[in-house]
Design a binder for this molecule. Structure first.
Ligand code: SF4
Ligand code: SF4
Length: 335
């Protein structure tokens, strides 16, 4: 009989950095659009894996000189290349034992809900009463929490004891009955330091407005993130509420004009890399500031010889035309 130890050992050998298992009972009460049982009604276990975002892939953004590496290697490369190979091989391994398994990476483009968890109007309809509208999107961070990989921080990021907020999550949903791991109960990771709140360029993480949920009998609370604000600032923009748009190349978002922000040096948003080339903010608050905070407290297992922050954080001064690079400036022939 296939055991949890065999599956976890195989997952690590296939490239996962961390692996844990949740039994399906822990998903009781999940919203229908996020419920793995809607995808596989006979599911018995969810195997969750953390794939580390390399600290080095954030270095270029931290220095303000090389932004694409985070989107390519810390984001799209993990999500669309590295993780699928791992989850596919694990599903094959389980299916070789005669048990069905769904390799569920980070694919979310077809999901029926938006970033705020609301159904996308006019998108899809259930095929029968009681079924979710396609596609269901399992909440990966919650699955990781339920599989014992770590905590959900105040930023709503998954924090693991190895990498803090530097994780991407992939899962395998299977009808294999596997011994579950305990919910994370190690040393507390999030100490409500609010570094994420203070450093978020979009002010997207309110300090005083929170969401409370109960997961597997435990009460959790995180900041009620303003997803739209994050969406804009994540791409390097800032909402121009006064209607003034100083960047003619930036598309309006959510019906609001978007202006260049002080945390992006680009005249317009660079092309996407994979599907996720938009991480110009470099997760300044929810990942970088949080990681710096956790590392300074010495609570993470993945340790480095030198601190991450080595120079004063930069901002872009758009009022200084002397820093314009003429060939690439908006409106030039080469643009
Ligand atoms: S920065 Fe501080 S408050 Fe925010 S998630 Fe990390 S540890 Fe928690
Ligand atoms: S991705 Fe950027 S804008 Fe969004 S919450 Fe994190 S730090 Fe804030």
């Amino acid at each position: 009989m296939l055991t949890a130890a065999e599956v976890k050992s195989f997952a690590l050998a296939q490239g996962a950095d961390m692996v844990g298992i949740a039994n399906i009972e822990r998903f009781a009460g999940a919203p229908i659009q996020m419920d793995p049982r809607q995808i596989m009604p006979e599911a018995r276990s969810v195997i969750a894996m953390a794939f580390r975002v390399m600290r080095g892939s954030l270095r270029g953004i931290e220095e303000g000189t090389y932004f694409s590496n985070y989107s390519a290697m810390g984001y799209g490369g993990i999500t669309y290349l590295y993780m699928p190979m791992t989850v596919i091989n694990i599903a094959r391994f389980i299916e070789d034992h005669g048990l069905e398994a769904i390799p569920y990476g980070h694919q979310s483009d077809w999901r029926a809900i938006d970033n705020g968890g609301l159904l996308r109007p006019g998108y899809s309809r259930p095929v029968a009463p009681g079924r979710a509208a396609p596609d269901v999107m399992v909440h990966l961070r919650i699955a990781a929490y339920l599989a014992g990989l770590g905590e959900i921080g105040f930023s709503k990021m998954l924090l693991t004891p190895k990498y803090g907020p530097r994780n991407r999550v992939g899962i395998v949903i299977t009808e294999a009955e596997l011994e579950p791991d305990p919910i994370y109960d190690g040393p507390p990771l999030c100490n409500r330091c609010m570094a994420c709140v203070e450093a978020c360029p979009g002010g997207a993480l309110p300090r005083d407005r929170t969401v409370k949920v109960t997961l597997a009998g435990r009460e959790l609370e995180w900041s009620d993130i303003d997803i739209r604000q994050c969406d804009i600032c994540f791409r390097g923009g800032r909402p121009a509420d006064d209607g003034h748009v100083d960047d003619p190349y930036t598309e309006p978002m959510y019906g609001r004009p978007v202006a260049r922000g002080p945390h992006s040096p680009f005249y317009r948003k660079p092309r996407n890399l994979y599907n996720t080339g938009q991480a110009v903010c470099g997760a300044r608050g929810c990942t970088r500031a949080c990681m710096i905070s956790l590392e300074s407290r010495g609570v993470l297992e993945n340790r480095f010889a030198k601190p991450f922050r080595r120079r004063k954080p930069w901002t872009v001064d758009w009022s200084r035309p002397d820093l314009d690079t003429a060939p690439g400036a908006p409106g030039s022939q080469s643009d």
